[in-house]
Design a protein around this ligand. Structure first.
Ligand code: BV8
Ligand code: ZN
Length: 292
């Protein structure tokens, strides 16, 4: 693909925002498309010939927990075989350099895996002193004490965490190939069914997540809306909040969306090309200005 021709003032605005740590990356399923993860509403957007809206609901789980669990297990297996692409990696490098923050609608964990790869690449030196014995194998989640600003806010949860339908305990649930075809597991504490710790249609998002995301969006000098059809509420309010506070919104998506007419700039290109081209895939030594 020919190198992206970017308007000079777009480049300047993005560099300025990165230098002040005032860039927000808002991502949807399209950022993971080039990693092989199917999107929700694209032509290949059917997950195993099932519509997400039919299965990603509490009613579907109540009606047929085995079918819903099996669908999520299939997705976990599929995503585990995918790798973060150049868009995830460029965002992770800039997040670790303090240039940007990430808010994602995705549940595929590829932003977290990209952070893990970059932390490894830089020998774990990501500005956080490791307490003796502290494991950085799984970075703490934003709503957990000790979470760091470079961890993404996961508005819709994670395929790799479960929540108990009885005692509500949420915990990490790494993919295990033994699970294929097995029914939803029972909670080791209370015996009730475990469910995926994702936000289903008709369920409320975690208040602290949406509040933090809209606060960051209101402070952002530039918000990139990457790989999202901008249809799902309330996540879709993130770029609109930046616009309402006088910030710049840049949409990165090969096809137009309901946001396209409101965005200040549109890059009609795939994320794995456009994101490194726009940000630079490696943070060059920027003057680290304090965050506002
Ligand atoms: C809530 C987790 C209230 C589960 C997900 C009518 C009108 C408006 C709103 C509603 C309505 N009816 C109901 C609602 C509310 C509803 C909603 O918004 N529905 C939509 C469908 C209209 N929202 C909710 O229900 C939310 N909750 O409102 O609660 C409430 C309050 C108090 C108390 C109780 C309740 C909860 C929504 C969360 C749903 N969960 N995921 C799971 O994954 O299984 S959402 C799901 O969609 C995924 O998370 C996905 O990320 C998300 C958004 O989709 P996108 O990421 O944008 O993906 P999509 O496929 O649509 O688009 C991909 C884009 O990428 C495309 O544009 C494509 O062109 C582009 N692309 C492709 N390749 C590339 C690319 N871009 C760049 N590079 C590429 N290479
Ligand atoms: Zn339980």
């Amino acid at each position: 693909m020919a190198a992206l021709q970017l308007p000079e003032d777009l480049r300047v605005r993005v560099r300025e925002a990165l230098a002040h740590g005032r860039l927000l990356a808002f991502t949807g399923a399209g950022i993971s498309a080039e990693s092989g993860v199917p999107t929700f509403r694209g032509p290949e957007g059917l997950w195993k010939n099932r519509r997400p809206e039919d299965l990603a609901t509490p009613e579907a789980f109540r009606r047929d927990p085995e079918a819903v669990w099996e669908w999520y297990s299939w997705r976990r297996e599929r995503v585990t075989r995918c790798r973060p692409n150049e868009a995830h990696l460029a965002l992770a490098r800039w997040a670790l350099a303090g240039g940007l923050r990430v808010v994602t609608q995705n549940v595929d964990g590829l932003h977290d895996r990209a952070l893990g790869l970059i932390r490894e690449e830089s020998g774990g030196l990501d500005g956080r002193e490791e307490a003796p014995g502290e494991s950085t194998a799984r970075p703490p989640l934003p709503w957990e004490p000790g979470a760091s600003l470079e961890d993404p806010v996961r508005l819709h949860g994670s395929l790799f965490r479960t929540r108990c339908t009885g005692c509500n305990v949420e915990e990490a649930y790494p993919y295990d190939e033994e699970e294929a075809g097995s029914p939803p597991p029972a909670c080791p504490r209370c015996g009730a069914l475990l469910r995926p710790a994702v936000v289903w249609f008709g369920e409320a998002l975690r208040p602290s997540d949406i509040e933090r995301s809209l606060e960051w969006a209101s402070e952002a000098a530039v918000t990139l809306s990457i790989g999202t059809s901008a249809l799902v509420f309330p996540a879709s309010q993130v770029p609109l909040t930046t616009l309402a506070h006088g910030g710049t919104v840049i949409e990165i998506n090969p096809t137009e969306t309901p946001l396209s007419g409101r965005a200040d700039f549109r890059l009609g290109a795939p994320a794995a090309t456009a994101v490194p081209a726009l940000l630079g895939s490696h943070p060059n030594p920027l003057p680290r200005l304090d965050r506002p």
